[in-house]
Write a protein of this length. Sequence first.
Length: 84
Amino acid sequence: MDMHPKQYAGQRLASGGEHMPYHVLLVPIDAACRLIGVGRTKIYQLIAERHLTLVKIGAKSLITVESLQHFVESLQSTRTLLDR
């Protein structure tokens, strides 16, 4: 599953209806679960252990995509060390 932050999504511009690329920086908890294949309980555990960064905007809880990427990369690094 590709979680690259440069993945683009279309956003309509007011003039001309063209698509403008943008970077996804924050995702809701449910999306974070789907991205890394774990449940909500595990996401909250990773937040408590400071592996993931939680941002609150009003009542909305969001996870930084950067912290998700760092977490997955740390798993890959650990796997590489274990394979030696």
